[in-house]
Design a protein around this ligand. Sequence first.
Ligand SMILES: [Zn+2]
Length: 257
Amino acid sequence: MPEGDTIHYAARRIRTALVGHHIRSLETPHPRHRFDRWPERLAGRSVEAVDAHGKHLFVRFTGDLTLHSHLRMTGKWGVYAPGQRWRRSPRRAWLVIRTDEHEVVQFDGPVLELMTDSRTRFDQRLAALGPDVLADELDERAFLRRLREDDPTRGIGDALLDQRTVAGIGNLWKAEACFATGLDPWRRTAEVPDAEALAAVRAARDAMRQSVERGLRVKPAVYDRAGLPCPRCDTRVRARGQGEDNRTTFWCPRCQA
Ligand SMILES: [Zn+2]
């Protein structure tokens, strides 16, 4: 599943391709959008800004219209030169925006909607989001407040995945951040001091910011390495489903005791 760093990286590339460039065409090939008339509604408008919050991406057009996207498990953004081969089939394209120099393509949705700016502000899903882990200034007080308002019996690893507490961290960076700071993902949040919870979020933020800069991920220490030796102590990395969604968490039982 794409995490906040992937979305921020995509936002950066889409921003470069669209902001300040004349839009030659906009198409919505997917049948779901056949009757939405986005090409007509967006005709003649230009893109003012492209931004991300957590795993949500916003393409903001002049005249108060914003495209909101969330990739969930399946979606993908691509930015190509005209004529360059797309990395997914054109049949999977939901949105194609063309300028003289770029083709910006959204594949496989699954959340792609056109909304007014005021609706993006009052949309409950968006209003409920915690502070963006990749914001220029991380709002640490808001993170701690939301963490402490959450169920104190919840494991800290599970709590860090809750987008209402902090937005943008997914399963990979959660596992890596807990490992980097020696935090046991199974410890109840009530037993995790503020300083340790903050250290984990800062570790996730640092690693994710590097990923945004480089557009690629470092080799994980524990994520997806069940049964393999811990890079620090050689103990076998463990894996088990955690939380309501049963997302697999990976940890070293010795370094993160
Ligand atoms: Zn270890």
